[in-house]
Ligand binder design. Structure first.
Ligand code: TYM
Length: 367
């Protein structure tokens, strides 16, 4: 398995990742502590889509002692947003609401420009605008959310970034990110830019404010480097809460824009989304007759996972789907039809909010 900010491949073993990356599992005890502040646990916690963390217990200690914290997450604007990207953003909105927390959201238009040889800055600026509409559609509070474009807002980041960069050697970023002598020097410096928003609130207010980062586990290498640097430049180490990857609709692998046929984009038409769902890999048998006799295998089915992680909130209903699939009472066509309906409904609503976001987008950008 390979999990880096730029490549996720192979069969992902999340237990092993916790060991390899040196993070902590999200224990039942910690979930109970979160519940005290949020009420019923969010679906992404209940279903263990978020599964690992660093220092989340410390963030809660601070919060319980009356100390506020800020949230930080982001997006590399390299194309349209897919529903996998929405996973950490939906959860971030939940945390913003429940903990009344300010959010810094970084659009790494520089990273994507530096990584893709054919990209222009105009192109990443266009995606920054489009992707911000998706972010707003998730329902974040304009009063408590600031979207940072690295290219436009570099003045805000640069001082912190060079303070961090001074403590990170080329050999460290080579080892952590796999950079080579042939990597361009922009991308070699970039980890310092992604580190900077962890400390913006502290730098702007002069008060040391803890920071919590909700994101998928692929971004963790950045935080390893950032956490080493933080005390050296006078700030708290940023805490993280990591999610798994929403799978694509094919056999294995995360949802990724590089495989558009197995990926549901937020701007897909109902017909496009429906077609992808009908072509999805399932845990079904080769024939309907066989499936009715011996049942399907929900544990390998992408459709089942979409219900589980996003599109069926009711825990009892989920148990029912599992049972009916295994006994052959429902077949793949039934599940695909139901999921297609829900996804189309979701996209219609998301696209309506996305359109509306054009009226408020200026409120979200740093002035
Ligand atoms: P990017 O654009 O690759 O991904 C944006 C966010 O989506 C998460 N993600 C997924 N989550 C669940 N299922 C998936 N299939 C899936 N694919 C991607 C990513 O983990 C990320 O949280 N360099 C970053 C941008 C960035 C950032 C940050 C991200 C800057 N600062 C702070 C998180 C936190 C990037 O290119 O993300």
């Amino acid at each position: 398995m390979v999990v880096t900010p730029w490549e996720v491949s192979g069969a992902i073993d999340y237990e092993k990742l916790i060991q390899q990356f040196g993070t902590q599992p999200l224990t039942q005890e910690l979930l109970e502590r979160i519940k005290k502040h949020t009420g019923k646990l969010h679906i992404q916690l209940r279903r263990r889509l978020f599964f690992s963390h660093r220092d989340l217990d410390w963030i809660l200690d601070q919060y319980e002692a009356g100390q506020r914290f800020v949230l930080y997450t982001g997006r590399g604007p390299s194309g349209p947003v897919h529903i996998g990207h929405l996973v950490p953003w939906i959860f971030t909105k939940h945390l913003q609401d429940k903990f009344n927390a300010k959010l810094y959201f970084q659009m790494t238009d520089d990273e994507k420009f530096l990584i893709h040889p054919e990209f222009t800055l105009e192109k990443t600026a266009g995606f920054t605008y489009e992707n911000t509409l998706d972010l707003i559609a998730v329902g974040l509070d304009p009063e408590k959310t600031k979207v940072i474009s690295d290219v436009k807002d570099i003045k805000l980041l640069y001082e912190i970034a060079i303070k961090a960069a001074k403590h990170v050697t080329f050999s460290t970023v080579k080892a952590v990110f796999g950079f080579e002598d042939s990597s361009n020097i922009g991308i070699i410096f970039f980890p310092a830019i992604q580190a900077a928003p962890c400390f913006i609130e502290s730098a702007l207010t002069g008060e040391n404010v803890p920071c919590l980062i909700p994101a998928a586990i692929d971004q963790d290498p950045y935080w390893r480097v950032t956490r080493d640097v933080a005390p050296k430049i006078g700030y708290y180490k940023p805490a993280q809460i990591h999610c798994k990857f929403l799978p694509g609709l094919g056999k294995g692998g995360k949802m990724s824009a590089s495989m558009p046929e197995t990926c549901i984009f937020t701007v897909d038409t109902p017909e496009q989304a429906e077609k992808k769902i009908w072509n999805a890999f399932t845990g079904g048998k080769p024939t309907v007759k066989e499936q009715k006799k011996t049942g399907g295998t929900p544990s390998v089915c992408t459709i089942y996972q979409y219900f589980y992680y996003l599109f069926e909130e009711d825990d009892k209903e989920m148990v029912e789907i599992d049972k009916r699939c295994k006994t052959g009472d429902i077949i793949c066509g039934d599940c695909k039809e139901l999921l297609a309906e829900r996804v189309k409904r979701f996209l219609k609503e998301h696209q309506r909010k996305r359109e509306k976001a054009k009226d408020t987008i200026d409120k979200f950008f740093i002035k």
